[in-house]
Design a binder for this molecule. Structure first.
Ligand code: T46
Length: 134
């Protein structure tokens, strides 16, 4: 099964413009507890480089684009996030990195829990060890 799980959000546009509606436990497969967004990312800077023990997230480039790289310890895949109507599910225990942000990129992230640094695995070898023992 592919690591890349995309969610297509219908655009409820009309002649005034476009609108996307996002609802927890409806088109997002969890209750949304937190929203954050990443913008103004400097040229040639990559972000992420961690996995979450429990947290599930959906990321959407609402403006611009970036490349999302996912790794579950067995498979590695990447995909361009380049549409305000396309989200990617970042499951727990998936190592993720964001690369090649466009200057105008705004990456919106919906998260299933409040911020908790102890949920992060920021060391790749540690991630692989935890994956193997699961
Ligand atoms: C993720 C990817 C997609 C907070 O204080 N509260 C928050 O809710 C978040 C998300 C971050 N922070 C602090 C922690 C760091 O001091 O903001 C700083 C930057 O966070 P970080 O270096 O983890 O940023 P990214 O872009 O590497 O990762 C972020 C999320 O942290 C992470 O959960 O999955 O985006």
């Amino acid at each position: 099964m592919s690591l890349i799980k995309l969610i297509d959000f219908p655009s409820l546009g009309d002649d005034r413009g476009s609108l996307v509606a996002i609802e927890g436990n409806k088109n997002i497969p969890f209750d949304i507890k937190r929203i954050y967004y990443i913008f103004g990312t400097q040229k040639d800077i990559a972000r992420g480089f961690h996995a979450h023990k429990e947290l599930n997230q959906v990321a959407i480039c609402i403006t611009g684009k970036c490349r999302m790289f996912l790794d579950n310890g067995n498979a590695k895949e990447d995909v361009w996030l380049d549409s305000a109507t396309k989200g990617i599910l970042i499951d727990n225990m998936v190592w993720h990195e964001m690369h090649e942000f466009s200057d105008d990129c705004v990456l919106l992230v919906l998260a299933s829990a409040h911020y908790d640094e102890s949920d992060y695995i920021r060391d790749y070898q540690c991630f692989l060890r935890v994956q193997k023992n699961d």
